[in-house]
Design a protein around this ligand. Structure first.
Ligand code: F0G
Length: 460
């Protein structure tokens, strides 16, 4: 096409009004929320970039499929359609629906991970890490060296470090019950993993006889990056690439709230019949009967359609371009981001922008609060609030490797003018970066503290 603008590849059929607030209203709302953006009321948020999870818009075909939902307790036709969609995409033998991704994680780790084990991953997402640690195991992040350098431009910064994985498998032996790889690597900046890297993991897992499980929430975005960036892959469709990625693994957990293009849903899929049977037992205890697993029949139908729509090239081209476009706005405003931009989000480097704040003053949380106060934009802190810990026995608190604010883009939800607006908000905050105060934690729970902790700004 001669036109350069990559347009939203859909037109809008239903609209949801946005609610505008004043700066004074936002100041009040944030204080009442204990300076935790998770505790805010969504009505007080103008552009919600907290997550890309479960917040996308469904297509007219998905809404039509919802009417076909079969709510039979057992053996519903909806499950057959869901089963067929997941089975054709992944090729796995056992397909176990769950209400969302973390339920699949908990059930799988409950069946496979024991106290004292080590679970390698490129980078664990927070619920994945918490579920590994909940079993008494160590969640070990082995992302490749390029992946640890925020500013470096490299095509596959989500790759796992194969040498480090080999060492872990050799040294820890039977203490490694499974190897995880997260596509795309959410906590590492939404960076993709190459097929070559997945083949390398497969070879190591074969050699050490260790199961290889994908955390595949964003399998379609990963496939698009492979199509665009990996030598020899450009002539294959994202769908073909995704199918190969799944067939390199022994199973997967997927939060279908991302590339399932639906508002709720998850799946655990496995080839191992014995492990799948144990997982189904746990599923019945906690999620539901194996043909619905915590979902309504209509959810299963929406997912069956979403899983076929998500690998369409026009959609993926627009999707990935939106994140790149927002990153360019941040760069124009002098705000560094993780490079290159990820598929589902832009990660602002708050550590670099707010260099006057030490990590103990939670610079990423400070930036996230300021974007909200400035323009009602809600992002999420991925820094010391999320990954740090109080120091044991008077030792200093542990801090995160990086201080990032993730601006995640819900799928098919916001338009280019919304993204332009977010760019303006970023620029306004960046212009007064050195005046932004730090924050301290006033109250925190034991697990996943970022969801419910209460904070207070430090006197500047
Ligand atoms: N794995 C990854 C890589 C994720 O990004 C998520 C969720 C999960 C597992 C858990 O799935 O939420 O359905 O239970 N990520 C969301 C996010 C919440 O905002 O990145 P879930």
């Amino acid at each position: 096409m001669p036109q350069r603008t990559i347009i939203e590849p859909f037109r809008i059929k239903a609209v949801e009004p946005l609610r505008f607030t004043t700066r004074a209203e936002r100041e009040q709302a944030l204080a009442a929320a204990g300076y935790n953006l998770f505790t805010l009321h969504a009505d007080d948020v103008l552009i919600d970039l907290l997550t890309d999870s479960g917040t996308g818009a469904m297509s007219s075909e998905q809404w039509a499929a919802i009417m076909r939902g079969d709510e039979s307790y057992a053996g519903a036709r909806s499950f057959d359609r869901f089963h067929a969609a997941v089975s054709e995409l992944t090729g796995f033998a056992h397909i176990i629906p769950t209400h969302q991704g973390r339920a699949a994680e908990r059930i799988l780790f409950g069946a496979m991970v024991s106290d004292g084990d080590v679970v390698p991953n490129n980078t664990h997402f927070d619920t994945t890490r918490a579920n590994v640690e909940f079993q008494g195991a160590e969640a070990r992040d082995l992302v490749c060296p390029e992946g640890r350098d925020l500013q470096l431009d490299a095509p596959f910064k989500g790759n796992i470090d194969l040498d480090a994985l080999e060492r872990t498998l050799a040294e820890e032996g039977d203490r490694v019950p499974l190897v995880l790889v997260t596509i795309t690597n959410n906590s590492g900046g939404g960076q993709p993993v190459s097929l070559e890297n997945l083949r390398g993991v497969r070879a190591l897992c074969d050699r050490f006889e260790t199961p290889f499980i994908l955390d595949a929430c964003r399998f379609a975005e990963n496939a698009w990056f492979v199509h665009e960036r990996e030598a020899g892959q450009h002539d294959r469709t994202p769908r073909e690439i995704a199918e190969e990625a799944f067939r390199l693994a022994d199973g997967c957990t997927i939060s279908l709230k991302k590339d399932g293009l639906a508002n709720i849903g998850g799946v655990l899929a496995l080839n191992d019949t014995e492990v799948a049977a144990r997982c189904r037992d746990d599923l019945i205890l906690t999620e539901g009967f194996p043909t619905y697993g915590g979902l309504a029949g209509r959810d299963l139908d929406a997912l069956a359609v979403g899983l076929t729509e998500v690998t369409e090239p026009d959609y993926l081209r627009y999707r990935v371009r939106t994140a790149a476009y927002l990153a360019e706005k941040a760069w124009d405003a002098g705000v560094p981001t993780v490079r290159p931009p990820g598929g589902h989000a832009v990660y602002l480097d708050a550590g670099a922008l707010l260099s006057h704040l030490p990590q103990s003053a939670l610079p990423a949380q400070a930036l996230a609060c300021e974007l909200y106060l400035e323009g009602g934009v809600r992002g999420v802190e991925i820094g010391t609030l999320m990954f740090g810990r109080p120091g044991a026995d008077g030792a200093p608190d542990e801090v995160a490797p990086h201080e990032l604010v993730r601006l995640a883009l819900p799928r098919r939800t916001y338009t280019q003018s919304h993204v332009d607006y977010v760019g303006e908000v970023i620029a306004a905050v960046a212009a007064r970066a050195e005046e932004i105060p730090g924050y301290r934690i006033v109250e925190q729970p034991r697990w996943l503290r970022h969801f419910t902790a209460r904070l207070a700004p430090m006197a500047g």
